[in-house]
Write a protein that binds this ligand. Structure first.
Ligand code: NDP
Length: 402
């Protein structure tokens, strides 16, 4: 019996709700809870229409451990899939420990008052989860998530030593809006406006934002200007694969997007501290979120596809080889299947597969783990079955000089 609670009724929560319902031989009892219950109800009705499966819904403020504990005690889930915001990671982990619930998320903890994300806060739960006999699976979206599993799969099957890792993330979709973010604007803008950072020869190298860039060719898409940014999976991957001499993360941005971003920053709308407005305190980036398009509403007219993968260079049998593993995902196909666009889809499907791995006993051990610490093989198999098929290229030009 797979009793699961999903927290967060946004774009990713919509996809997770659909995918767990599609796999109801594994997930036998499903609840979706979020800050706004009406959003859960709309998703649950849509899932019922698409799959015939009934999902229970509930209201919860996931910033409050007592509220979470009360809900967990009532529903008694075995696993909590956290697809709310990174700010809620620790409160949800605390409630899981209090109630004996296992945990899975797609983004590492960020404090609200500091644009900084790192694993230290969640890794600090290692002993408590271990002692409680509970599993916490961290970063099980696409990136982090599938990119980490692609790396583990490459290291397991194709290399004696992986040395150079470049994660390449291209969204060649068009939503027809002048400016919109593909997931929560507050989290997204905090992520892409920070300094660039990559790993080289045992240390982190910091750059100005978007300082390193070049066009890279993406399968079925073509060349796109790609920028080195810091991304959270780099932190755990260099720890878990110590042979890596260099690890970088590249993301494509259009000129229009970067211009808007620069203006938003220059006029102070990306600020995360409180300002006084008409006798009220507001946080500019939160106000901006309220006026930007809701990422969940981009799906209907979204065309084009995403292409995310890992380009790896390393050693096999004493010889150098290259390997490129990737998935392309169509925004339109994602929308038709789940009512959400490709970026939510590529996050929600892996979260569901990670949960499936847990319930099938394949990814279940006491403690706190990043996904690359589990066996990648059954997960890779499910990617092909659940809508995110992957492709491999061997000994090709990775376009990335050593
Ligand atoms: P959305 O903003 O669309 O959805 C977030 C949901 O969480 C909303 O429904 C919101 O409720 C709910 N929520 C926020 N605060 C609380 C709270 N205190 N208590 C209960 N519910 C709350 O975000 P996305 O769906 O786009 O993203 C979800 C998560 O996925 C984020 O953590 C994001 O960082 C991560 N992500 C990971 C990716 C990966 O590849 N690893 C890629 C993309 C996203 P309300 O509707 O009431 O505001």
């Amino acid at each position: 019996m797979g009793k699961v609670i999903i927290i967060g009724a946004g774009g990713v929560g919509t996809v997770v709700a659909n995918k767990v319902a599609q796999n109801n031989e594994v997930f036998t009892d499903i609840m979706l809870a979020s800050r706004t219950k009406s959003k859960c109800n709309i998703i649950a009705e849509d899932v019922k229409r698409r799959t015939g499966v009934t999902i229970k819904t509930a209201q919860v403020d996931a910033d409050s451990v007592p509220e979470l504990v009360a809900l967990f005690r009532e529903f008694q889930p075995e696993l909590c899939i956290n697809v709310a915001l990174p700010y809620q990671d620790l409160t949800i982990m605390d409630a899981c420990l209090e109630c004996g619930v296992n945990y899975l998320d797609t983004a590492n903890y960020e404090p609200k008052d500091e644009a900084k994300f790192e694993y230290s806060w969640q890794w600090a739960y290692q002993d408590r989860f271990k002692e409680a006999g509970l599993t916490a699976i961290l970063g099980c979206g696409f990136d982090p998530g599938v990119t980490s599993i692609f790396t583990a799969y490459a290291a397991k099957h194709y290399f004696d030593e992986i040395r150079y890792l470049d994660i390449v993330d291209c969204n060649a979709g068009d939503h027809g809006k002048a400016f919109a973010t593909n997931f929560n604007p507050e989290i997204n803008i905090r992520e892409v406006t920070q300094k660039g950072k990559y790993w080289e020869n045992g240390k982190w190298i910091e750059t100005e934002p978007h300082a390193i860039h070049k066009p890279l060719n993406y399968p079925n898409i073509g060349p796109k200007e790609s920028y080195v940014i810091y991304h959270e999976e780099l932190e755990s991957l260099v720890k878990n694969f110590p042979t890596l001499k260099r690890a970088r993360f590249w993301m494509t941005f259009g000129q229009e997007y970067l211009t808007h971003l620069r203006v938003i920053q220059n006029i102070g709308m990306a600020r995360i501290d409180e300002v006084e407005y008409n006798g009220q305190k507001i946080v500019p980036i939160q106000f901006l979120k309220a006026v930007l398009p809701d990422p969940g509403d981009l799906g209907e007219n979204y065309t084009g596809e995403t292409s995310i993968g890992c380009r790896i260079r390393g050693i096999k049998d004493g010889r150098e080889r290259t390997y490129y593993v990737y998935n392309n995902c169509s925004h339109q196909a994602a929308f038709e299947e789940t009512g959400a666009q490709g970026v939510s889809y590529t996050t929600g499907v892996p979260a569901t597969i990670g949960a499936m791995m847990f319930f099938q006993g394949l990814w279940r051990k006491p403690g706190v783990f990043n996904v690359e610490e589990f066996n990648p093989d059954p997960f890779m198999e499910q990617l092909n079955i659940q809508g995110l098929p992957w492709h491999e290229l061997f000994d090709v030009d990775l376009e990335l000089e050593i």
